[in-house]
Design a protein around this ligand. Structure first.
Ligand code: ASP
Length: 298
């Protein structure tokens, strides 16, 4: 038993370095398995319920692909508007329903804490696939796996996170996971989209230093990882505020000419305007590796 059997995955605070090394090792095995054989029957007879109350492309399909490639099956509920949720069914009842048909539940929901609520009512394991502006733990695992694969090690890196640090759940989870390593943080955002206090508290209490700035030029020359995010339009109450900040940071060839040769650009995707298409063939672009790694890690 590796300590994961039957467990919920709700937050990255569940992981330490030993667990992360274990997960990355299995991720590597899954990559080899897919490359050599395409599929296996490790999860034959198992059923995953994929319960998505918010839009998703990569997370939902990579969970599905992972399950199918391991011989399992999936109940996909991507259109909750066509489920009994529209009839007023509560989250606890929906979760109790799905767990009577499946072995594991993956949930994405707009409210912080919703995955924990689901886990409270379910006796089967629940995996948090994004709880509003809270966390996105499996994204952080695949992000960190991608950093390690691309740069060989995580200790000693300077990590710049750029864009919507307030509402972007992927940067919340990734920051909380990175405090397990000896890294330096640079948080680049408009003033209204700064990293929330609870995440900064985790950075401080783990003894890490960080710098906050509004200007990406302050860190582009020495960042090892430039992790840029989409401004999370759906979380704004005032769309004029969104319009004012939405295109503040764009990774384009001019910016990349100032970056190190050995560094990577990451993005959880979907991108809107944050990375110009001209960067896609730059060897430093790691965002397509991230999406593939999602299937191995999940
Ligand atoms: N796909 C990621 C998420 O679900 C990032 C984003 O939507 O901008 O959090």
């Amino acid at each position: 038993d590796n300590g994961f059997y039957g467990r919920d995955i709700l937050s990255v605070s569940q992981f330490d370095r030993a667990k992360l090394d274990y997960i990355f090792g299995v991720g590597e095995e899954m990559r080899m398995l897919v490359e050599r054989f395409g599929s296996a029957d490790l999860l034959q007879g198992k059923i995953l319920a994929n319960l998505f109350y918010e839009p998703s492309t990569r997370t939902s399909s990579s969970f599905m692909a992972a399950m199918l490639r391991l011989g399992g099956q999936v109940i996909p509920i991507n259109n909750v508007q066509y489920s009994s949720v529209t009839k007023g069914e509560s989250l606890p009842d929906t979760v109790r329903t799905l767990e009577s048909y499946s072995d594991v539940i993956v949930i994405r929901h707009p409210e912080v804490g919703s995955a924990a609520t689901a886990a409270h009512y379910a006796s089967k394991p629940v995996i948090n696939a994004g709880d509003g502006v809270g966390e996105h733990p499996t994204q952080a695992l695949l992000d960190l796996f991608t950093v390690q694969e691309a740069l060989g090690a995580i200790d000693g890196l300077k990590i710049a996170m750029v864009g919507d640090l307030k509402f972007g759940r992927t940067v919340h989870s990734l920051t909380k996971l990175l405090v397990n390593y000896g890294v330096e943080f640079v948080f680049v955002s408009p003033d209204i989209l700064r990293m929330p206090k609870d995440v900064i508290d985790v950075v401080n209490s783990s003894g890490h230093s960080y710098v906050e700035t509004e200007d990406v030029h302050d860190c582009i020359g020495d960042a090892d990882v430039l992790y840029i995010t989409r401004v999370q339009k759906e979380r704004f109450t005032d769309l004029a505020e969104y319009e004012a900040v939405k295109d503040q940071y764009v990774v384009d060839p001019a910016l990349m000419s100032k970056a190190k040769q050995r560094m990577i650009v990451m993005h959880p995707l979907p991108r809107v305007n944050e990375i110009s298409y001209a960067i896609d063939n730059d060897p430093r672009a790691a965002y397509f590796d991230q999406m593939r790694n999602g299937m191995y890690i999940r």
